[in-house]
Design a protein around this ligand. Structure first.
Ligand code: PLP
Length: 408
């Protein structure tokens, strides 16, 4: 005998919208979609007809977010993955096969190096590190089987810049692709595809979303290899299970609504703080690409200019929300400084709405030998800030108080 409650609860009820258009996108958490016929299911699953069948293959919230990322980066194709690392893994599995060689920057995010060194090496793919700041060295390291060059727009934590135009030219001369991790910049600061990159990764878990409440990645593909690479990317995202959650995609799309003002505000605060900290005797050295003293300042002015990012020519060049400085002294000084600064929490991530601090020697670069770290300019007293949306005065006052209290 049918049971009204038991039978009704699992059913869908369609609510008519009477032609109303919601001002913000809906969330589609459905794991699976109804099919009208076997023919339709086959066409949709095969990609010959638009429409959705299974969330892991594609879903409207990922498609909407991907389309926004595609337009932001002026890419041919954008795909949304479950994390920034998933976007990097997706790029690697789609571009590489046994016997291939990868040239990777010696300043990459630690997990990216680990992925290539420990994971992809098991599949017969070799990766070698090169100093991407030295284009002659890069040129000399290409091999006949080099298929991919991996660099970051702004490296962690010393904020050195890769010359993306030059790297793209070198890669293309050797018939290789250039993959750029743009996470520290975001498209508001730099658009690597415009500069010649083939693939761009954004960890959406950082400033792209900007609210510190989700994990996602985006992979954008430029024009270089056309549809063959795009076919492999769209196949790999579903077969390797890199897919994203609708709720996270919906949140990230909402985060992107304010991307430009957030990055502009944080960049302007970062520049002001960099200038002020440079004047303080308690700070040994300030690293910020917007400072004339930064070794890559001229390159930053070119790569991050409004002309290169497609913003209004009268807009200020944005140099990003990341700022690093060295304290005099050692780990003990850094520990005292961190513990005396409750207004700026020690969170080993970036792109949160509030200003946060990280200590690279004990977090992102902890597995590196001290001598190797120091060669890259990372010391036990190195502090990295991810600037948030507070006023520069609030952050400055907190930093000033702790620095003065350190009493060197
Ligand atoms: C530069 C860079 N790339 C990629 C990632 C990975 O992103 P996710 O944490 O979203 O996997 C991170 C994470 O910290 C990062 O800093």
């Amino acid at each position: 005998m049918p049971s009204r409650i038991r039978d009704l609860c699992p059913r869908n009820i369609d609510l008519p919208l009477f032609g109303s258009r919601p001002a913000r996108p809906a969330i589609y958490p459905a794991a699976v979609y109804h099919c009208d016929s076997p023919e339709q299911a086959q066409l949709r699953l095969g990609g010959q007809e638009p429409g959705y069948v299974y969330q892991r293959d594609k879903h409207p919230n990922a498609d909407l977010l991907a389309e926004k990322c595609r337009q932001l980066h002026q890419a041919n194709l954008a795909l949304i993955t479950s994390s920034g690392m998933a976007a990097i893994a997706l790029a690697l599995v789609s571009c590489l096969k046994e016997g291939d060689h990868v040239l990777m920057s010696n300043r990459l995010y630690g997990e990216t190096s680990l992925l290539l060194d420990r994971e992809f090496s098991r599949f017969g793919i070799e990766a070698s590190q090169v100093d991407m700041l030295d284009c002659e060295q890069v040129r000399s390291q290409f091999r006949g089987n080099t298929k991919l060059v991996v660099a970051e727009t702004i490296s962690n934590p010393t904020l050195r810049l890769a010359d993306l135009e030059k790297l793209a030219t070198l890669a293309h001369q050797s018939d290789a692709l250039l993959l750029v991790d743009n996470t520290f910049a975001s498209p508001a600061v730099c658009q690597p595809i415009e500069l010649g990159a083939d693939l761009v990764v954004e960890s959406m878990s950082k400033i792209m979303n900007g609210h510190g409440d989700l994990m996602l990645g985006a992979l954008c593909a430029g024009n270089q290899r056309g549809s063959e690479l795009e076919d492999r990317l769209t196949c790999a995202i579903k077969t390797w299970g890199f897919a994203s959650s609708p709720m996270d995609c919906w949140l990230a799309e909402r985060g992107l609504v304010t991307l430009f003002p957030r990055v502009a505000m944080a960049s302007s605060t970062a520049l002001r703080l960099a200038e002020e900290l440079s004047k303080m005797p308690q700070v040994k050295e300030v690293i910020y690409p917007g400072l004339e003293s930064h070794p890559d300042h001229a390159l930053a002015q070119k790569q991050f200019s409004p002309a290169a990012t497609g913003t209004d020519p009268s807009d200020e060049t944005l140099f990003g929300h990341m700022l690093t400085f060295h304290l005099p002294g050692s780990l003990e000084t850094a520990t005292r400084f961190i513990q005396s600064l409750p207004q700026i929490p020690f969170c080993p991530s970036l792109g949160e709405p509030m200003t946060t601090l990280s200590h690279p020697a004990s977090t992102s670069h902890r597995s590196m030998a001290a001598a190797e770290r120091e060669k890259l300019g990372i010391f036990p007293s190195t502090i990295r800030l991810s600037i948030g949306l507070e006023s520069p005065e609030f952050i400055l006052e907190a930093l000033r108080k702790s620095l003065v209290d350190l009493d060197f």
